[in-house]
Design a protein around this ligand. Structure first.
Ligand code: HEM
Ligand code: HEM
Length: 187
């Protein structure tokens, strides 16, 4: 039987995601906005140190996005296997949408990472450490991945827009507590 918890019951409106899940959700969301913003900003800059610095920020926040998504999946899987209470909404549509979001949160940065490696470069993480080039240089792969990365990035951001609209629909129309469950508790 499907767990379906989005009815506006008093239980649904009081159940919340755990603190770490909420913190991860909003940190990853912020990192996506920054990464996307730096990607677009870089595109408009002419060659020089500022452009390089913006790309460094773009790549570093992008890696944080991927790490945050992987960590969130592991955390979620760990809690499920321990039989912890599940989030407020667990419809198949929501599960599918979240799966697609996670896939994008990993695939977009991964394509960026592999693009840079196949260009023959290491990836500097906030200028603190270099992630070494782990794949052989391949100009053709790098060119293809540049296009794939960009296309997938725009797709991910469009999907995030739909996701946010769905969350607002739950909040203002269905009034089922789905959004409140993802907001930090205000004391
Ligand atoms: C959620 C994560 C990411 C998003 C949403 C994203 C998005 C974008 C966008 C929108 C652009 C500009 C496309 C354009 O208008 O030309 C771009 C370019 C770029 N991204 Fe990402 N990116 C992400 C992660 C990464 C990561 C992790 C790396 C590498 C470690 C990376 C490397 C690059 C590079 C090198 C470019 C410039 C490509 C060129 O030479 O035109 N990105 N990215
Ligand atoms: C870049 C921005 C965003 C990304 C990448 C993102 C990603 C995700 C992902 C992967 C989930 C699955 C579950 C989880 O992580 O706990 C989720 C859940 C959720 N998100 Fe977002 N999100 C973003 C922005 C937003 C915004 C702006 C809102 C509100 C307007 C929002 C509201 C929610 C809610 C309410 C849930 C829980 C849904 C449920 O319980 O079924 N998200 N988000």
């Amino acid at each position: 039987m499907t767990t379906h918890l989005i009815q506006p019951t008093s239980e649904a409106s009081t159940r919340r995601h755990d603190g770490l899940s909420i913190a991860l959700h909003w940190s990853v969301a912020l990192a996506v906005v920054l990464t996307y913003g730096f990607g677009l900003l870089r595109e408009g800059l002419s060659r020089g140190p500022s452009r390089d610095f913006v790309l460094l920020l773009h790549m570093s926040f992008g890696i944080l996005v991927m790490a945050g998504a992987v960590f969130r999946i592991a955390w979620h899987a760990g809690r499920s296997s321990l039989g912890a209470r599940q989030p407020v909404s667990a419809t198949w549509a929501a599960k599918l949408a979240h799966l697609a979001l996670y896939a994008g949160l990993i695939a977009v940065p991964l394509a960026g990472l592999v693009m840079v490696w196949t260009k023959g470069q290491a990836v500097p993480f906030f200028g603190l450490v270099d992630m070494p080039q782990l794949l052989p240089t391949n100009r053709i792969a790098s060119k293809v991945l540049e296009e794939v990365h960009e296309l997938m990035a725009h797709g991910l951001v469009a999907f995030v827009g739909l996701h946010a609209a769905a969350a607002l629909y739950h909040h203002y129309v269905l009034k089922d507590g789905v959004l409140a469950a993802m907001l930090p508790r205000v004391r």
